[in-house]
Design a protein around this ligand. Structure first.
Ligand SMILES: Cc1cc2nc3c(=O)[nH]c(=O)nc-3n(C[C@H](O)[C@H](O)[C@H](O)COP(=O)(O)OP(=O)(O)OC[C@H]3O[C@@H](n4cnc5c(N)ncnc54)[C@H](O)[C@@H]3O)c2cc1C
Length: 385
């Protein structure tokens, strides 16, 4: 009898846990493949710390090839571009076709520039490799020639707030180390919302608004960005704001190619799934992380949600391939968010509760490093990446 085939697409936060569990307890008679665009996948919780200079590239990335090898899973570096559900085959950018018995998608979200021109003139925070290259180039430019420059970040959620604080922290430290005046750099944060961090309680929002003011970061609330060009951006009131770099950390959608699969998608193009994390259209297609939109239990797009979906996804994939009934998953309504402030401080926020300081950052650092250790082998820890 030929082995049945489980195809994992995308090495996001849910799939790394699925792989780890499959490594601990292999599925007899099932062949497993991970197909992912990138070999090194970033852990979202540590990205701002990497930009701020607290972590190295290898501290915040999981080596998917090594993780797969340890779990006895074949790793294929490729981008999925299509799904032929009748033939139960996944298609890649090179035209290769991979048959499956069950497929699971954890491919994250895609920046949505709309008609603003941000796709040509701004850089999106994700995928991280594109952002990282542009960030390193900016770092080099600023250090080589510390003249006045304006840097704009668009998006008032945790990603945008953490990123502008992290970039300022790092560039300030680099200029001070060279004896240059960091006040030549001007930062601004733009959000269409009435305040930053709209999903957090008012105390947290006020705390960050005060912090941004103290750090002289211009805050433009209620100012939707309607256009981005080579010299900056334009807001809905028609004003042009000069900026040498525009970083896009707002609005995300599902990958375009999903529209050709016939899978039911929500208004933003994310795959609609039921409580078992199966597509509402096709029981053989699972989805988790940002790309999944739970019909009955909508949740924010956050790495912490993707991480939590890992265990129930692993469980249900196992049961599906054994023809056993699946178990519904009920995600938490509230979770502890730890939002960093660029320096080694962070704010903990959950419901109406919040507390901030250096200790919170150390707590977050401990949680994040413990998370990364779970997906590392002894050799990864010493690799030179
Ligand atoms: C700057 C920033 C900071 C953030 N900080 C936090 C935070 O502190 N806490 C938090 O909870 N959330 C945070 N987020 C949000 C978080 O990054 C996302 O919610 C999280 O990454 C989603 O995880 P995922 O598993 O869905 O996908 P991802 O982590 O995006 O992984 C997707 C994977 O799929 C692969 N892939 C993509 N497309 C394809 C394809 N077509 N074919 C094959 N492989 C593909 C990619 O290479 C990658 O390995 C932050 C986001 C940003 C931008």
């Amino acid at each position: 009898m030929t082995a049945r085939h489980l195809l994992l697409v995308g090495g996001g936060h849910s799939h790394v846990e699925v792989m780890r569990r499959l490594g601990q307890r292999p599925l007899p008679g099932i062949r497993v493949t991970l197909l992912s665009r990138d070999r090194f996948t970033p852990y979202s919780g540590m990205l701002p710390g990497y930009i701020a200079g607290h972590y190295r590239y290898r501290d915040v990335h999981i080596d998917l090839q090594a993780l797969a090898a340890r779990a006895g899973i074949e790793f294929i570096p490729a981008s999925a571009t299509g799904l032929d559900r009748m033939a139960r085959t996944l298609i890649t950018a090179s035209g290769a076709a991979y048959p499956y018995d069950a497929v699971s998608l954890d491919i994250g979200s895609t920046p949505d520039p709309g008609q603003t021109g941000a796709d040509r003139h701004a850089v999106a925070a994700k995928p991280i490799d594109g952002f990282d290259a542009r960030w390193r180039a900016l770092l080099e430019r600023v250090c080589a020639d510390p003249r006045p420059r304006r840097i704009a970040v668009v998006g008032g959620g945790a990603g945008g707030v953490e990123l502008v604080l992290a970039m300022q922290h790092r560039l300030t430290a680099e200029l001070q180390a060279r004896g240059a005046d960091p006040s030549v750099l001007r930062f601004a944060l733009y959000t269409r919302g009435a305040s930053v961090l709209p999903t957090h309680n008012p105390r947290v929002r006020r705390r960050f608004q005060r912090l941004l003011a103290r750090r002289h970061i211009g805050l433009h609330c209620g100012e939707a960005v309607t256009a981005v060009d080579a010299h900056g951006l334009t807001t809905a009131d028609g004003r042009h704001h000069d900026a040498e770099e525009v970083i896009w950390v707002t609005r995300a959608r599902g990958a375009d190619w999903l529209t050709t699969t016939g899978l039911a998608l929500d208004a933003q193009g994310f795959i609609r799934v039921g409580d078992t994390l199966q597509s509402v259209t096709d029981a053989g297609v699972f989805a988790a992380g940002d790309i999944a939109s739970m019909d009955n239990q909508p949740r924010a797009k956050a790495g912490v949600i993707a991480v939590r979906q890992g265990p129930p996804l692993a469980h249900n994939l196992r049961r599906f391939l054994r023809d056993q009934p699946l178990r519904p998953y009920h995600p938490q309504r509230r979770w502890l968010a730890l939002v960093t402030t660029g320096d080694r401080h962070a704010v903990a926020s959950r419901g109406a509760f919040s507390i901030g300081g250096r200790l919170v950052w150390h707590f977050k650092d401990w949680i994040d490093r413990r998370f990364m250790r779970r997906y590392r082998g002894a050799r990864d820890a010493t690799s030179s990446v």
